[in-house]
Design a protein around this ligand. Structure first.
Ligand code: CMP
Length: 140
């Protein structure tokens, strides 16, 4: 199986509630390794750029406002099948549909304030990692 990297955001709803450690514990328990991490506060412009793929969606304004409303923890996660594995442990986008034991089932407040983001494919993982991290900041 391939060792992959994926990109994660622990969102403002989670930093606000002081549960970043609980979320990182679930990530590490799943066998994923945090190879880069920083706590940042995105400007609205940075959030708009990150979520540009959703620019035409009705929730884009609310999403980018929520993502720039407080600090986030951006991370690069590494491990076997990291992209799929992280999506599995995050659970469904809407916490109402998330499986038992997933991060979103345990912690998310709503579809908008759903505590975490994870890349959905290898191409987006590479783009998203590059959007926030220089190669020298990733120390696997
Ligand atoms: P995320 O994985 O960060 O990718 C896009 C985000 O848009 C998603 O998680 C949700 O937090 C947010 N969002 C808000 N409303 C919706 C919706 N109706 N469908 C999908 N995503 C939504």
């Amino acid at each position: 199986m391939a060792i992959e990297r994926t990109f994660s955001i622990i969102k403002p709803d989670a930093t606000r509630r002081n549960i970043t450690g609980k979320i990182i514990a679930k990530i590490e328990e799943a066998g994923l390794r945090v190879v880069a991490s920083k706590r940042i506060h995105m400007s609205l412009k940075v959030a708009q750029g990150f979520y540009a793929v959703h620019a035409a969606r009705p929730f884009y304004g609310e999403l980018t406002e929520q993502m720039s409303a407080g600090p986030v923890v951006v991370q690069v996660l590494e491990g076997e099948n990291a992209i799929t594995k992280y999506r599995e442990i995050m659970g469904a986008t809407n916490p109402a549909n998330a499986a038992e034991g997933t991060i979103r089932k345990d912690f998310a407040l709503s579809i908008g304030e759903n505590s975490v983001h994870g890349s959905d494919a290898p191409e987006t993982a590479a783009q998203e990692i590059k959007y926030f991290f220089a190669d020298t900041e990733i120390v696997g």
